[in-house]
Write a protein that binds this ligand. Structure first.
Ligand code: SF4
Length: 911
C-alpha cells in the first residue's frame, strides 16, 4: 500500500497479478479475497480472471472473491447483524443515506430563524461531509471553535446526534466503528488473506480495516501495480471542446484499428461536463445517436459517473406532473411536458397536446395550468384525463410520507405515466430506479411527520436529484472516466485531458466547517496547496505508468482566459504538438474517399396551376428577402414556436390601433366628420374606441392584458390616437371608402382574394380613401419600427402597398400611416403632391424621379414584382438572403436553412 504522505512508514507486502490469478484458479478455496478500490477495477479483474480460466481450457470455475471495499463491509455487517440476532440482541437500526440527509436538513432548519439567509440544503450537505471527515480522521468533537461556521457545525452535530439517539438509529460512521471492533475481536468471519487492489491513496478507514484484519490474525497484501515506462505525448488544443473532440476521434480511430484494445480517456471534471462529453463522443463514435427518433442506444464506449435520476426523461416527466397537479408550470416546462410521449394515451394524444402547446404559446400564456389544458382539449380522453388529475388534488391535506406515496402512484396512473409505448432498456431501468426512490420516500415516514403535498413532492425531487442513474451498458473497449476511476486500471492506450495550470494540480478547497489548522495537521484532503501538488504528482505518475501509450493534453483557452500547460508537464514540454482542428465525425471521415455527388436543392416543385399559396401578399416580401424563407414559410408552413412574454405583444399593439381607427372611421366616414367635432367630443369618441378595443383584447387574451396594465395602455393609446388624428386634419379633403378590406357600412367580410402575376393572393387593405377631386389613396398603418420604403427598393421587401396600387383602379397614391409614439404621420408617394404632409409626388423622390409618369412608375413596380412572383411560381427556394446579416437576424429559420454553414457573414455574426 503506497502511502498518502511520505512520512507514513508501514508498507504492505506486494503480490503480482499473474501469480494471484494463478493461485485463484489452482486452489480457489485457499485463494485470498481481492478488495478493489472501485467497481470498475473489480469488473476488470473479474474479466481478467475469466480470460485466464478460458486460456487454461476451463469450461467452468469457481467464482473468485473479487469485491469492492463497500461490498466487503456490507457483507461483514450482515454477518454481525445475523450473529447478534442469533444471540437475541440487536444493534440500533442503521440510518439510510436519504434518512441521514433529511435528519441533517431538519437539524439545520431548526436554526433557520437565527440565520434566515442560510441555504438549508447546501448547509446540510456540507455538515454531513464535515461529520464524515470528523469521524474518518478521528477529530475531536466539538471541534475547536475557531470560526462562527465551526461553532455552528458543533451545535448542529450535537443536535444531530441527539436526534439519532431519540429515534434509536445509528449513523454509518458509528456503525463502522462497531463493525471494525467486531472484526478485530474475531466476531466476524473474514477471509484469512486479503489483497488490496488500487488503494494508492489509502483513507483512514482503510488503514483501520487493515489493522482490524491483522488483529484478527489475517494477512493483508497489496496488488503490485502495473508499470509502463512513462513516455507521454503532449498535445495542446485551442479549447476544451477541440480537446475532447480530438480525444474522441483518437479513441474512434484506435477502436477501428484494433477493436480488442483497452482504450481509456480521462476527463478530470467529467461530473460537471458529462453532457458535453457525451455529445462529442457520440459525434465521433455513435453519430446515429443524433437521429430525431434515436432511443437509448448501446454506445460503443462506456461513460462513467451517472447523471441525477431527476434529469432523465421519465422521472423528469413524473416530477413535472406532480408539480403541475397544484400549480401552473412555466411555459418552457409545460412545453416539455405537453410534447412528451411519457404520459397520456398515445401518439395521437401527444400530437394533440403539442398543438395545444403551440396555441398557448401563441396566445402568450407564460404559465400553463391543468385547467388551461382542459379548456383547449378537443378530445374526451384528454378532458377526462385532466378531470381525473384535478380530482386527486388535496390542497389542505397533511399526510405521512407513506400516504403521499400512494397518492403519487394514483396521480401518475391517472396521467398515464410512463406513456403508452413500450419502454426501451434505459427507460425501463429509469422506471425501476424511480420505484426505488418512492420506496426511499416511504422510509422517511418516521422522520418527516405529516406534511402538505408540496413538501412531499419537494422531498421526492430531492431524492431523485441525489440518486445517480447509470444505466447498465454492454462491456466496451473504450472507457471515458473521471480522475479517480482509473485507479488500478491498465490500458493499451490512455488519453488524459485537462492538464492546464488552472486545473492540475487542483485548487485548494479546505472544508469551511473544520478548523483550517486541524485540516492541515491531520492531512485532510484538499486542505493545502503542498498536499494537492503532492497528490497531483503521484496520480500523474500512476497514469503515466498505466499504459504503454499515454497522451496528455490541455486547452490553450477557457472562455477569454489564456491557459498554460500544467507545471507537472515540464519534463516533456519540449515535444508538445498542437492538435489539428478536426470537426467531422469519424463516420464521415471514413467515407472521404467516396466520390461526392453534387445535388442542387434550391429548386422546389413549381406551384400548382391555380397559383394558390398561403400567406397573402407577405409571400412576395418573404420571397424578395430570401427565396428559401418564402418557400419554407408559405409552402412548407414553417413557423417558430412563439415565446410567451408577460404583457401585451407588438402584434396586440398593432391590432389595437387598427381596431380603434376602424371604429372611429366607421362613425366619422370622412374628414368633414372629423373636423366637425369639438375637441372634447373628439376626446370622448377616441376614449370610447380605445375602451372598446381594450375590452375586446381583455376578453380575448386576459393572460396578456392584466387590469393594472390596461390603465396604462388606455392612457398611451388616447395620446397616440389624438396625435394621429391631428395629422388627418391636415390632409386634402377625403372620404373613407374601405376599412380593413370592406366598405365602412359593412360589418362582415374583408378578406378578398386577387389574381396577381399568376398567383392567387389574399388581400386586406387597412384603408382606402377617396379624394374630393377623385382618385384613391391606399393607406397601410404601421405601428412598429421603420423599414425600407418599397418604392425605393428594387426587390421590395414590403410590397403590400405596391400590390394594392397595382390591383386597384384609379389609385393616385399609397402611404404608410405611422401611428407610433414620437413618430406619427404619413410617409407615401403619389401621382401629385399636397395630398397630405409626408406624401411626396413621384417626381420629387430621388429613386423614382426618372420614371416618365405615375403610370410608368406603376409599370416599373409591376416589372419588379413580376420577377419575384415568377420565382414563387417556379419554386425557386435558394438560401440567398438579400442582406445576409440584417435579413437573417430578423428570421427564425436558421435551423431549417442551415445558413450559417453556407453564408460566412451569418456564421461570423452568430459567433
Ligand atoms: S435565416 Fe436567412 S437564409 Fe435562412 S431562411 Fe431566413 S433569411 Fe433565408
Amino acid at each position: 500500500m503506497t502511502r498518502a504522505s511520505p512520512d507514513t512508514a508501514d508498507v504492505l507486502p506486494r503480490t503480482g497479478a499473474a501469480e494471484l490469478l494463478a493461485r485463484m484458479l489452482q486452489a480457489p478455496a485457499d485463494a485470498p479475497a481481492l478488495l478493489c478500490v472501485s467497481s470498475r477495477l473489480a469488473q476488470h479483474l473479474f474479466e481478467t480472471h475469466a480470460r485466464a480460466a478460458q486460456a487454461q481450457g476451463l469450461l467452468a470455475w469457481e467464482t473468485p472473491q473479487i469485491l469492492t471495499l463497500d461490498a466487503f463491509l456490507q457483507t461483514a455487517a450482515e454477518a454481525v447483524r445475523l450473529d447478534l440476532r442469533q444471540q437475541g440482541r440487536a444493534l440500533p437500526q442503521l440510518l439510510r443515506p436519504q434518512q441521514r440527509r433529511l435528519l441533517w436538513r431538519l437539524t439545520i432548519d431548526e436554526t433557520r430563524q437565527e440565520q434566515p439567509l442560510l441555504r438549508a440544503a447546501e448547509a446540510a450537505q456540507l455538515a454531513a461531509e464535515a461529520w464524515d471527515l470528523v469521524h474518518e480522521y478521528e477529530l475531536p468533537l466539538p471541534l475547536p471553535a475557531t470560526t462562527p461556521d465551526v461553532e455552528r457545525f458543533n451545535h448542529w452535530a450535537q443536535q444531530y446526534r441527539r436526534r439519532c439517539q431519540a429515534l434509536g438509529r445509528i449513523d454509518a460512521q458509528g456503525w463502522r466503528v462497531a463493525l471494525l471492533r467486531a472484526i478485530a475481536e474475531g466476531q466476524v468471519p473474514v477471509p484469512r488473506r486479503v489483497v488490496l487492489a488500487g488503494f494508492h491513496e489509502p483513507t483512514p478507514l482503510l488503514r483501520r480495516l487493515v489493522t482490524a484484519l491483522q488483529a484478527a490474525g489475517g494477512t493483508v497484501e497489496e496488488l503490485e501495480p502495473g508499470g509502463c515506462e512513462p513516455r507521454p505525448r503532449l498535445l495542446q488544443a485551442a479549447d476544451a471542446e477541440q480537446e475532447l473532440r480530438a480525444a474522441a476521434a483518437w479513441a474512434a480511430a484506435r477502436l477501428r484499428e484494433q477493436p480488442q484494445q483497452r482504450i481509456g480517456v480521462i476527463v478530470p471534471d467529467l461530473g460537471s461536463r458529462r453532457a458535453a462529453v457525451q455529445r462529442l463522443f457520440d459525434e465521433q463514435l455513435c453519430p446515429q445517436a443524433d437521429a430525431v427518433d434515436a432511443h437509448s442506444l448501446a454506445r460503443p464506449y462506456n461513460l462513467t459517473l451517472g447523471e441525477p435520476l431527476s434529469a432523465t426523461a421519465l422521472p423528469q416527466v413524473a416530477l413535472r406532473l406532480l408539480r403541475w397537479l397544484h400549480e401552473p408550470l412555466p411555459y418552457a416546462d409545460a412545453t416539455a411536458l405537453l410534447c412528451s410521449p411519457a404520459w397520456g394515451g398515445g401518439e395521437d394524444e401527444r400530437l394533440h397536446r403539442a398543438a395545444i402547446d403551440a396555441r398557448l404559446r401563441q396566445e402568450g400564456h407564460v404559465e400553463v395550468s391543468l385547467e388551461a389544458l382542459r379548456h383547449y382539449a378537443r378530445s374526451d380522453a384528454l378532458r377526462n384525463r385532466c378531470d381525473a388529475l384535478m380530482a386527486l388534488r388535496q390542497p389542505q391535506r397533511r399526510a405521512t410520507a407513506g400516504e403521499w406515496v400512494d397518492v403519487i402512484g394514483a396521480v401518475l396512473q391517472a396521467a398515464g405515466w410512463p406513456g403508452a409505448r413500450a419502454l426501451d432498456s434505459e427507460e425501463f431501468q429509469a422506471h425501476q430506479a424511480w420505484g426505488a426512490c418512492l420506496a426511499e420516500m416511504g422510509r422517511l415516514e418516521p422522520f418527516l411527520g405529516r406534511v402538505p403535498w408540496s413538501a412531499a413532492v419537494a422531498q421526492l425531487r430531492e431524492i431523485a436529484e441525489q440518486t445517480l442513474f447509470q444505466p447498465q451498458s454492454p462491456a466496451s473497449s473504450v472507457q471515458v472516466m473521471g480522475a479517480l476511476e482509473a485507479e488500478g486500471l491498465e490500458f493499451d492506450a490512455l488519453w488524459i485531458t485537462g492538464f492546464d495550470d488552472e486545473h492540475w494540480p487542483a485548487a485548494v478547497r479546505p472544508h469551511p466547517f473544520i478548523p483550517y489548522a486541524l485540516q492541515r495537521e491531520r492531512g485532510l484532503p484538499h486542505a493545502c496547496a503542498a498536499q494537492e501538488l503532492d497528490y497531483a504528482r503521484r496520480l500523474t505518475a500512476r497514469w503515466l505508468a498505466a499504459a504503454p501509450e499515454v497522451l496528455l493534453s490541455w486547452p490553450r483557452q477557457e472562455q477569454d482566459r489564456p491557459l498554460s500547460p500544467s507545471p507537472l508537464l515540464a519534463p516533456w514540454l519540449e515535444g508538445a504538438e498542437a492538435l489539428p482542428v478536426q470537426a467531422l465525425p469519424q463516420s464521415w471521415l471514413a467515407q472521404q474517399d467516396t466520390p461526392l455527388e453534387a445535388l442542387l436543392d434550391a429548386q422546389a416543385p413549381p406551384l400548382p396551376l391555380d397559383g394558390r399559396v398561403q400567406g397573402g401578399v407577405r409571400l412576395l416580401g418573404d420571397q424578395a428577402l430570401c427565396p428559401f424563407r418564402g418557400f419554407a414559410t408559405h409552402r412548407l408552413g414553417a413557423r417558430r414556436l412563439e415565446v410567451p412574454r408577460p404583457g401585451i405583444s407588438a402584434a396586440d399593439r398593432g391590432n389595437l390601433v387598427h381596431r380603434i381607427l376602424e371604429t372611429l372611421w366607421r362613425e366619422l366616414r370622412d374628414q368633414q366628420g372629423l373636423l366637425a367635432l369639438q375637441p372634447a367630443q373628439l376626446e370622448q369618441r377616441v376614449g370610447e374606441a380605445v375602451d372598446a378595443a381594450l375590452t375586446r383584447l381583455l376578453r380575448e387574451a386576459p393572460q396578456r392584458l392584466r387590469p393594472a396594465m390596461r390603465t396604462l395602455e388606455d392612457l398611451r393609446l388616447r395620446r397616440l390616437l389624438a396625435a394621429w388624428l391631428e395629422q388627418e386634419k391636415l390632409r386634402l379633403p377625403f372620404r373613407v371608402i374601405e376599412l380593413e378590406g370592406r366598405a365602412p357600412e359593412q360589418q362582415e367580410g374583408g378578406n378578398g382574394e386577387v389574381e396577381f402575376e399568376g398567383l392567387r393572393l389574399r388581400l386586406r387593405r387597412d384603408r382606402v380613401d377617396e379624394l374630393d377631386g377623385g382618385g384613391l389613396v391606399v393607406l397601410d398603418y404601421k405601428t412598429g419600427a421603420r423599414r425600407k420604403l418599397p418604392w425605393t427598393d428594387e426587390r421590395p421587401e414590403e410590397p403590400q402597398l405596391l400590390i394594392y396600387a397595382l390591383t386597384g383602379s384609379a389609385v393616385l397614391g399609397v402611404a404608410y400611416g405611422r401611428v407610433y409614439a414620437g413618430d406619427t404621420g404619413f410617409e407615401g408617394i403619389a401621382a401629385a403632391g399636397e395630398i397630405a404632409p409626408g406624401i411626396a409626388a413621384w417626381d420629387q423622390v430621388r429613386q423614382t424621379a426618372d420614371a416618365t409618369g405615375w403610370e410608368a412608375l406603376l409599370g416599373r413596380w409591376r416589372g419588379q414584382l413580376h420577377t419575384v412572383a415568377g420565382e414563387v411560381r417556379e419554386g425557386w427556394a435558394a438560401v440567398l438572403p438579400k442582406h445576409p446579416r440584417q435579413t437573417c437576424r430578423d428570421c427564425d429559420l436558421h435551423a431549417l436553412c442551415r445558413v450559417r454553414e453556407s453564408v460566412a457573414e451569418v456564421a461570423e455574426d452568430e459567433a
